[in-house]
Design a protein around this ligand. Structure first.
Ligand code: THU
Length: 138
């Protein structure tokens, strides 16, 4: 993809915050939106989807990744998460692993609220020494 991923930061955060309005979170009341930038410069967004059978719900990041794959994307170049909380909301452990399937260690993960960017981490910071395909026998 041409250009620097930083140029997509505000659009990615805006997409994450916009899709947050569609979260299905009647049990926790905690709405989250996420957006991922693919290798073609496209943005894919998703919200958390809870379920009355609580463990069957899933996170916003997982929804965004599913949208990326459904659209034919195979790489994640940047991630934005949008939520309203005292501390910036970072992807849960399971979503860090799911992101790691498609993203490199230096992939920026932008943590945001409706007012914009609050914190930046790389995926490698969030998931050091992560399990990956290189661990599997070839
Ligand atoms: N959640 C996300 O969607 N993403 C995160 O990064 C953290 C947590 C969701 C899962 C659940 O629906 C609600 O937030 C409360 O945990």
């Amino acid at each position: 993809m041409a250009g620097n991923v930083e140029q997509h930061r505000e659009a990615l955060i805006a997409a994450a915050c916009a899709v947050r309005a569609h979260a299905h979170a009647p049990y926790s009341g905690f709405a989250v939106g996420a957006a991922v930038l693919d290798e073609h410069g496209r943005i894919h967004a998703g919200a958390n989807v809870e379920n009355a059978a609580y463990p069957q719900g899933w996170c916003a990041e997982t929804s965004a990744l599913a949208a990326l794959v459904a659209a034919g994307g195979r790489r994640v170049l940047a991630v934005a998460v949008c939520a309203v909380a005292e501390h910036p909301v970072a992807p849960c452990g399971g979503c860090r692993q799911k992101l790691r399937e498609f993203a490199a260690d230096d992939c920026p993960v932008w943590l945001a609220g409706p007012q914009g960017l609050r914190a930046t981490h790389s995926l490698g910071e969030l998931l050091p020494h992560g399990f990956g395909p290189h661990h599997l026998p070839s």
